[in-house]
Design a protein around this ligand. Structure first.
Ligand code: 5GP
Ligand code: ZN
Length: 112
């Protein structure tokens, strides 16, 4: 989608630190990490918010991407946090569905 920053990252028009990629999802490091590991997993197809995700196979692909990020970043045993911000109250800034994968240290309990 034109003017979508994550679509441009997926297309390679904006550089990113790629962590994982397959046919359906792309994962890269967040530009402003909130933890020692902070990656984003996004569907390659432009989906605006979690509300717009109705494709179970895409959800499954996102789960695969999350697990690959955890594995590649060495967080499978230590653990990690997964978050999706949806809409205004959820604090979603970029309007292309993305899953935050955070870890690399014990995270505090604040959830908002
Ligand atoms: P949101 O608040 O929408 O859930 O999260 C958007 C995330 O995208 C933020 O954590 C922000 O740091 C990250 N982000 C925004 N622009 C870019 C960019 O150009 N490159 C990368 N790697 N991350 C970005
Ligand atoms: Zn997009």
């Amino acid at each position: 989608m034109e003017d979508c920053i994550f679509c441009k990252i997926i297309a390679g028009d904006i550089p990113s630190n790629k962590v994982y990629e397959d046919d359906d999802v792309y994962a890269f490091d967040d530009i402003e990490p909130q933890a020692p590991v902070h990656s984003l997993v996004v569907p390659k197809r432009h989906v605006e918010t979690l509300n717009d995700l109705d494709d179970v196979s895409l959800w499954n692909a996102l789960l695969r991407g999350i697990k690959e990020v955890a594995r590649l970043k060495g967080m499978v045993d230590s653990g990690y946090r997964v978050a999706i911000n949806c809409g205004e109250h959820g604090g979603q800034v970029v309007k292309h569905l993305h899953v935050h994968v955070l870890g690399g240290k014990r995270l505090d309990d604040k959830m908002g």
